[in-house]
Ligand binder design. Structure first.
Ligand code: HPA
Ligand code: ZN
Length: 327
């Protein structure tokens, strides 16, 4: 059984990780105590027991509750540092990390507090762990485009601290078209563009993300296979799909890992790769996703593993010189 060792040891990039989704129950309780926040759960076990999700929204409700313990710059540092240490242990050499500022600014936490704490961890990870990490600001799609514009305005003094913008939270009913103007402004600012689409939403949302937002990658995108014309387009353009196997099972997008379509996405010539999404909530970090996926699908071989790792670097926003080193 050499395949699990290969999966664990191969260098890889992680491109779909919500930093608030890396907040482990133990750290949630430690920060709650440190900050005097009262949680509606008695202890770590009671909180973990609530992690039984039926769909995206049932997860988001608990995910936003968990983030309520984050108040100080040190809290954001501690959360990001814990993730980056785990990433390094999984041989993730590069991470592009989502953060949700509106989850925090809505509670009165200044944008500055969030970005400074995360940025400190990113810089320290480069120096001490050898992990290169970048930040991507996500707009919450259940909120208005006006609120996204206000968040962008607050973020502009910190423009050099993040490389792009994304779109996350409740997908169905909040299509990419709702955010066309704010993403146009982000493109003018030279920001990279990504968007969650085709997780629970239809393939038409992926088409909107491409046509209206000019999204450079699609986060999830697993429902693209329902639209053959879209698959041909994604393959021709090598548009990356940042796929998250354990997430898709925990949120009931697929019944179990044997049903996951990542093998079919690769066979269709798509630039798909493995990511952890919200590892503290979905049962594991990068290597756990790889090992469980390959255990569930014996048709996946070392060749697939190599392709997934290669795709992760191809899809990253690092410069061409660094890509040559990694690929
Ligand atoms: N989908 C949408 N929004 C999210 C997710 C996700 O998987 N994780 C955190 N916010
Ligand atoms: Zn996600």
């Amino acid at each position: 059984e050499r395949l699990p060792a290969l999966l664990r040891l191969m260098p890889k990039a992680e491109l779909h990780i919500h930093i608030e989704g890396s907040l482990e129950p133990e750290l949630i309780f430690r920060l709650a105590q440190r900050n005097g926040v009262t949680l509606p759960y008695a202890d770590v076990e009671a909180l973990r027991a609530a992690y039984a999700f039926t769909d995206l929204q049932s997860f988001l409700d608990i995910y936003y509750a968990g983030a309520s313990v984050l108040l100080k710059e040190q809290d954001f540092f501690d959360m990001a540092w814990a993730y980056l240490e785990k990433a390094a242990a999984d041989n993730v050499v590069h991470a592009e990390i989502f953060f949700d500022p509106q989850t925090h600014t809505a509670r009165g936490v200044p944008f500055e507090t969030v970005i400074k704490g995360l940025n400190h961890a990113v810089h320290r990870a480069h120096a001490e762990l050898g992990v290169s990490a970048k930040l991507i600001l996500c707009f919450l799609r259940h909120l208005s485009e006006e609120e996204a514009f206000a968040t962008l305005e607050e973020a502009l003094p910190w423009r050099h601290h993040f490389i792009g913008v994304g779109l996350d939270s409740s997908e169905v009913g909040h299509p990419p078209s709702k955010f066309e103007r704010v993403f146009a402004r982000c493109r003018e600012l030279g920001l990279h563009i990504v968007a969650h689409a085709g997780e629970e939403g239809p393939p038409a949302y992926i088409v909107e993300a491409l046509d209206l937002l000019q999204s450079e990658r699609i986060d999830h995108g697993v429902r693209s296979l329902e639209d053959p014309a879209l698959v041909a387009r994604l393959a021709a353009a090598r548009t990356p799909l940042t796929v998250c196997p354990l997430s898709n099972v925990k949120l009931c997008v697929f019944d179990d890992l044997t049903q996951h379509n990542i093998g079919a996405l690769l066979d269709a010539g798509l630039c798909a790769m493995v990511n952890s999404d919200d590892p503290a909530y979905f049962g594991g970090y990068m290597n756990q996703n790889f090992v469980e996926l390959f255990a569930a699908q014996p048709q996946l071989t070392a060749r697939h593993a190599y392709q997934l790792a290669l795709n992760s670097f191809e899809a990253s926003f690092v410069d061409a010189d660094q890509k040559r080193v990694w690929q």
